[in-house]
Ligand binder design. Sequence first.
Ligand SMILES: Cc1cc2nc3c(=O)[nH]c(=O)nc-3n(C[C@H](O)[C@H](O)[C@H](O)COP(=O)(O)OP(=O)(O)OC[C@H]3O[C@@H](n4cnc5c(N)ncnc54)[C@H](O)[C@@H]3O)c2cc1C
Length: 439
Amino acid sequence: MKRIFPAFTYGSGPRQSCWWDETIDAPDWPCLNENETADVAVIGAGFTGVSAALHLAQEGASVAVLEAETPGWGASGRNGGFCCLGGSKLSSAQMEKRFGPEAALDFARAEVASVALVQSLLNRFSIDADTHSRGETILAHNARAMAGLRRTLQAGGIDGMELAERSELDGLGMSGPFHGALTIPVGFGLNPRKFLFGLAGAAVRAGARMFQKSPVTAVVRESGRYRITTPAGTLRAQNVMIATNGYSSEDIPEWMAARYLPAQSSVLVTRPLTLAEQQAQGWTSAQMAYDTRNLLHYFRLMPDGRFLFGMRGGLMSSEHAEIAAQHRTRQDFERMFPAWAHVPSPHRWSGMVCLARNRVPFVGPIRENPGMFAGFAYHGNGVAMGSYAGRLLADLALNRPPDVPYPAMMRQQPPRFPLGPARRLLMPPLYAVLRLADL
Ligand SMILES: Cc1cc2nc3c(=O)[nH]c(=O)nc-3n(C[C@H](O)[C@H](O)[C@H](O)COP(=O)(O)OP(=O)(O)OC[C@H]3O[C@@H](n4cnc5c(N)ncnc54)[C@H](O)[C@@H]3O)c2cc1C
């Protein structure tokens, strides 16, 4: 594999004390150590790959998932658990300008459908994923941002949005350095690992074969099929799905080279807060929330009283850089919630999200490689959108038009970033500009 971050990124270091690992044991999948065949080979066992496998297996397709590490090892098993709208880094105004108002509406419909899909999967397969929160609350970090939230409310689009003035936040149990809030009543918080393993269990029951510790090292087309090579076995399949997102490789397949840009996100989780501690800070709300910064903070009080707090990660990846990123996350946490400065956060980790140059997710066929599909670039919002992408990919592989919104902008092949394998160099100036805009 040719990956663009240092080896540390792809090892156990960044996820060593991930809270979710303690909440549920991983299923024990075998390693691929023979020669197998399938209709569809899925590379990557996160939300995208597992959802694709589930939806395919339910339709009777023969499907095999190959995961380089363990199930949910990537972002899907270590995210913030915000099942929410999102997936693109374009604002709706930018989308309207670039693609037209109807296309922007189409994307908004897909976002709502993606959250509904996760809810229906939880219900259908009786997955208990510790859900909470009635939609999500956006907290204004300054007066200008509050004016922006007012405009969002006026523009409408989603029924039931509620604005709260700064003076109302204490009463809502959302005290902090915020200038007001807008609640969007779509979405909920969940334990991502429980959700993922629930989906994986359903996929296995439907007939999907899952393999862990089976990194794909080559995908070659021969005699009208793909030969997918792993260190100990080979899989031959008509169709291949690339579901590797922020952990992708420049050569699996070569079409991927420079079409994705991984970026780090960091999370901490505190020990359970007592009610008195919650009240001392004035944060007792079960709402999942994020602030209006471009380099945003996301946080939620979970059902067991633990507080999860996340933000952008570092630009470098190494043991030293990881410690520095964790330190910055802790600093921002204490600045925003000073009454909890004494509360330890024993769980701290980071992982890779994935950006596209056109700033919209891609879900579709890879034209250059017949029978191959990919879904990636959810811009840090892939709990719902990744699961949804998997659902869309299943339809595409089954050669039928999806019966859920499939926005045209998500079908456009993502252009390549400049600088090729050195494209990480684009990030420092970008972050500097975003940081300035956040002042
Ligand atoms: C810290 C953090 C917090 C986040 N918080 C949120 C949030 O609150 N809400 C939200 O919506 N989104 C969040 N995200 C983003 C979200 O987690 C991702 O968008 C989503 O999980 C992507 O799912 P995926 O299946 O496409 O990719 P991943 O879950 O990253 O899975 C890709 C898998 O592919 C495997 N792989 C890679 N190469 C190969 C190969 N050659 N062979 C076999 N397997 C391979 C990897 O090992 C990995 O397990 C967060 C991400 C991070 C890192």
